[in-house]
Design a protein around this ligand. Structure first.
Ligand code: 5AD
Length: 374
C-alpha cells in the first residue's frame, strides 16, 4: 500500500472540491499535479503564458491551496541586512556593479551588523539574511565570526546572500552556523547569462550551487524575469533547472531597468508574468520557500501581497539602517519593505504570521512599538 500523508490527503480533498468550478485546462493541471506532484515543461509554459484573467485567478487559487496545505499556514518574515554595497563584479543589470561610481559605497562595521541582527531577532525575526556585494574586505574569518554569533548567541538561522565565494569558504560558513545560502542562477539560458555577466562563469555558478546542496545547505536560487532576449521558454527552463537541482528556496524577481548600468533603458520585466511564474513554480516544486520579492513590490506594490496568494510564502523585510539602505541600489527606486508595516498588511490580508513573530509583534504593540529602531 502506498502511504499517503494526512497533508496530502487534505490537499487531494481541497483540490477535488474546486475542480468542478475551474476551466478544463486548469482541471487537467490539477489531475497531473495530483498524479506526479510536479508539472511538466508544457504545463509550466501554459501557466507562464496565461493572459485570461479568470484562468489566471483559477491557477493562483490552486497554487495558494498547495502552499497553504503543504508548506506552512503562515507567511515567514525574514530580515535582510545589506552589510556592504561594495562589489568587485560587473553584472550588466546591477546598480552596485564595480564600474558604477555614481553611488556612495558603504560597509557596515562588524559590531553594528551584530547589533542590527540582535535587534531584528528581538523584533520577532527567525531568519537573518546577510546580503552584500562581492566584497573581499569582509574576509572569511570576519564573516565566520558574524555568522557564529548570530546563530549561536542569538539562536537564529543565518542565510547568506553574498554571491560567489570559494567552496572552502562556504564549507567554513556552514560549520560556523549558516544553514541557508541564496545564490541566484539569474538565467539558465547560457547565451543570455554570458551576455549579462562579463566576469562570471556559467558552469562554475551551477557547480557551486550543486556543491552548496551537497554541503547540506538549504539552498536558494532564482532568476530575473524579463531580461533582454529572454522568453517564457527560458523561464520554464529555469523552473525545471531548480527542481532538478534540489533548490529549496526560490527568489524570482522582475528585471528593473537601472541607471548607470549597461542595461539602462531596456524595458522592465512584467509583474503579471512574475505572478504566473510563482504559481507555476509552486506546482512544480511544491514544498519550496518562495519569497514575494522586493523587486516585484518595487514594480507594483500591491503585487507583492497578491503574490502571497499566488504561491509565495515568504517575505523579506529590510532591517538595514536607512542611512546605509538608501545607497543599496541594486536597482532603481528599490522600496523599503518595513517589518511592522509588512506584518500589519499580512494580517489585514487575512494571512497569518509565525507564532514567534506574531507574539513579538503583539508585545511591541502593547509597549507602543517602543523598540529601539536602529
Ligand atoms: N533588476 C532585477 N533584479 C536585479 N538584481 C540585481 N539587479 C537587478 C535588476 N536591475 C537581483 C539579482 C541579484 C539580486 C541580489 O538582485 O537577481 O541576484
Amino acid at each position: 500500500m502506498i502511504y499517503i500523508s494526512k497533508r496530502f490527503e487534505r490537499l487531494i480533498e481541497k483540490l477535488k472540491k474546486i475542480q468542478n468550478d475551474v476551466s478544463s485546462e486548469v482541471s487537467e493541471i490539477i489531475n497531473y499535479f495530483l498524479k506526479y506532484f510536479t508539472l511538466d515543461y508544457e504545463k509550466i509554459l501554459w501557466i507562464l503564458r496565461l493572459e485570461n484573467e479568470n484562468k489566471k485567478e483559477e491557477i493562483y487559487k490552486v497554487a495558494d491551496i498547495v502552499t497553504r496545505t503543504l508548506t506552512t499556514d503562515f507567511i515567514t518574515l525574514k530580515g535582510i541586512i545589506e552589510f556592504t554595497n561594495y562589489c568587485n563584479k560587473s553584472c550588466n543589470y546591477c546598480g552596485i556593479r564595480v564600474q558604477n561610481n555614481c553611488i556612495k559605497r558603504y560597509r557596515i562595521p562588524e559590531e553594528e551588523i551584530l547589533k542590527i541582527a540582535k535587534n531584528g531577532v528581538d523584533m520577532g525575526l527567525t531568519t537573518i539574511i546577510l546580503q552584500g556585494g562581492e566584497d573581499e574586505y569582509f574576509s572569511d574569518e570576519t564573516l565566520e565570526r558574524i555568522i557564529y554569533k548570530i546563530h549561536h548567541e542569538y539562536k537564529t538561522s543565518v542565510s547568506l546572500s553574498i554571491g560567489e565565494r570559494s567552496k572552502e569558504a562556504y564549507k567554513r560558513f556552514k560549520e560556523a552556523g549558516a544553514s541557508k545560502v541564496l545564490l541566484k542562477h539569474e538565467t539558465i539560458n547560457k547565451k543570455i547569462f554570458n551576455e549579462i555577466h562579463p566576469d562570471k562563469d556559467y558552469e562554475y555558478r551551477i557547480e557551486l550551487l550543486d556543491y552548496l546542496v551537497y554541503l547540506g545547505y538549504i539552498t536558494g536560487s532564482g532568476n530575473i524575469i524579463g531580461l533582454p532576449g529572454q522568453t517564457e521558454k527560458d523561464i520554464a527552463d529555469d523552473i525545471i533547472f531548480m527542481r532538478d537541482h534540489r533548490i529549496k528556496m526560490i527568489g524570482m524577481g522582475p528585471f528593473i531597468s537601472t541607471h548607470n548600468t549597461p542595461l539602462e533603458g531596456y524595458p522592465d520585466g512584467s509583474a503579471d508574468l512574475t505572478l504566473n511564474a510563482y504559481a507555476a513554480t509552486r506546482l512544480t516544486i511544491p514544498y519550496a520557500l518562495m519569497p514575494a520579492t522586493t523587486a516585484l513590490g518595487t514594480l507594483k506594490r500591491d503585487y507583492q501581497f497578491k503574490a502571497l496568494r499566488s504561491g509565495c510564502n515568504v517575505i523579506m523585510v529590510n532591517i538595514t539602517p536607512d542611512k546605509y539602505r538608501k545607497n543599496y541600489n541594486i536597482y532603481d527606486e528599490k522600496i523599503k519593505v518595513e517589518f511592522y508595516e509588512t506584518a500589519e498588511r499580512i494580517l489585514e490580508e487575512g494571512l497569518k504570521l509565525s507564532p514567534y513573530t506574531y507574539r513579538r509583534i503583539l508585545e511591541a504593540k502593547r509597549n507602543g512599538y517602543s523598540y529601539e529602531r536602529i
